[in-house]
Design a protein around this ligand. Sequence first.
Ligand code: ZN
Ligand code: ZN
Ligand code: FE
Length: 753
Amino acid sequence: MLNIKIFGIVQGVGFRPFVKNLADAQKIFGTVANRGSYVEIFAQGSEEALKNFLDALQTKNPPRSAILKVDVNDLPDKNFSDFKIIDSVHEAGDIFVSPDIAVCDACKEELFNPNDRRYLHPFINCTACGPRLTILKNMPYDRERTSMSDFPMCDACAEEYFNPASRRFDAQPICCNDCGCEVYLIRNEELGIRNWDAIRHVRKILANGGIVAIKGIGGFHLACDARKFSAVQRLRDSKTRPTKPFAVMFKDIAAVKRECFLSEAEKIFLDSPQKPIVLLRKKFGSIAQNVAPNINKLGVMLPYTPLHLLIFDFPDDIKNFPDALIMTSGNPSGVPITIDDDDAIKNFDCCDAILSHNRKILLRADDSVMDFIDDKPSMIRRSRGFAPLPIFYDSNKKSVLAIGGELKNTFCLAKNDLFYASPYIGDVSDLRTVEVLEKSIERMKNLLEINPEVVACDLHPRYQTTKLAEKISSALDVPLIKIQHHYAHILSCLSENNFHDEVIGVAFDGTGYGLDGTIWGGEFFICDTKNFERVASIKPFTQAGGDKSSREGWRIALNFINLDVARELNLADEKNLRGVKFLLDKNINCVTSTSVGRIFDAIAAILGVCKVSTYEGEAAMKLQAAAERSDKNFRAEFLTTEEIFNEVLTRRLDGENIFDLARFFHESLAEMTAAIVEDLSRKSKIKTVALSGGVFQNSLLSSLTNEKLNLRGLKVLRHELIPPNDGGICIGQALHVSQSQCGIQTSCAKDST
Ligand code: ZN
Ligand code: ZN
Ligand code: FE
């Protein structure tokens, strides 16, 4: 008998019926079950039948599914007499809370059918689509335990709800134009405008270049015409967001293809039931220049609620309604996405209208964001549509709460080998975000019925998340284990690769608290889930000037160059240059760092690509975009990041092309990394490398490093559906404490530096 585990997009796409049909055709007996993040099959039959079955599983899978990985194990036969789809909910006490699912094709058709009783109903949904996690109060998932308990069903809806033959059988959010939720405008002058009138009103504003706040599934969006420079600029000014890219929602695939290049793999995810934002390569089209300035990709999504569809396609007399709208999270900077009307009125002064509705959002869920590297997905923000689907990893079955990191926070609850990562919370340095984090933890704990026996958090003594973890662990009276940041990154990579042995871990990112109290971020570990050893790092340098040193790359560059060169490159004004040089010379307000993220900033500064970042990762994104404009190939061998920096600097002063130098930097860093790993592998005999940390969101660096490691005969583990950035570390933290026997992590970790 074969035990087959299929990972990827396998939920809500008709995967289990597909498996059953294949099994029946091959006369295979066994079962198929939904296991949250994967589908598990037990299959028993002749050798040839099993071979055909396995082939077909991977080649004939349903159009909207995407298979990332297949694990196959041989087990002793059992007494199966047929092939069954197992209803996996609540099996073995494991809870699978469904993520929210984008509106399905059948509902879309009814929505625009004048003869249907849900014609133009902004909340149409069915058993296969609609909100789930965001409207759920408690398990089990029943109507009275969701936001829909406010809306008694009409007779017609009740008939469908209780009829097993209906495609709305047991669909908890079911409602129609006669019962259920409504959309409406919420500011004084527009109060009282409801339903279709409200949608018409909003369409008129958007068509005329205005800004509208729109309540969605997991929070409010701010929307405007993505083709109108002035509208986009007004939105930027009001959000105090000068250059950070905005996501664009296109009406349909045709509109996407007009503006962006779209591969088959990208299309599958873009149009999947999860409907994430996918980063696509821009064409020179009609999208305003200020939507994603100075980078070559655009964050793109498709409509995923019936309300989105109505905003694009409502049958009124407005001509030329834009087929591309900015859809950016509606939140004041640093604070989680807005979900209720009072906050919306407070926060969205800049908007020409606020379109809300009366279906309460109980748990926030921002849009998920995904890039593609080497034609495989690379998650950047795992949230709506994916959370809280669990990751499976054999552990010692402890119940765990891992609070995660400070930036891009998500937290993780784990039990019975299942690791449930939360939707995106945000940057927890703001106390309002801490409050949201604390409430979200409480809600998810109740939903998943997990009582943590141990709490995990980052090692950083001043993180708000650390303080919250201390508070929660003492309230629960359970141990708290603090885990080094980059070790958690590497473990998050092992978790999604279901990898159990020792690896060489390469963690490159912006910042993280090291065991020695310095800033780490360019680390080479030898580790497994229980222990790690820091066996190498990039050459340490100095960050001067506190927080500013992580936004202003020229401050890092001053480590390596003198004032004359800094003046020649026009890095900053005289006063600032002298000030920072003074701090560096006298070692005042300085901290030792091995952050690769900061090296990117420094290179971006001396190349003139970006001297000051207005959002996290801006310099690195612009440097990558610059590198991708070069078609040169370099063979470059350097031992340290300082040598690489000096070479780039010399060539820059010689007047070499900036794009070529950006490319040269990526090539050199990848080569240096591969050489260090090769050396470690020779000494340790470990042949597997895990790449993690926010810097590996850089698809060029990830791709080059992977290639160079493969050339050296090494196996490379990378991220796909868990972010390599700090949004993933909660899973790494949870994995370590579920495996580890020791009380305090830092005492069992060796530090070799
Ligand atoms: Zn549907
Ligand atoms: Zn109804
Ligand atoms: Fe990090």
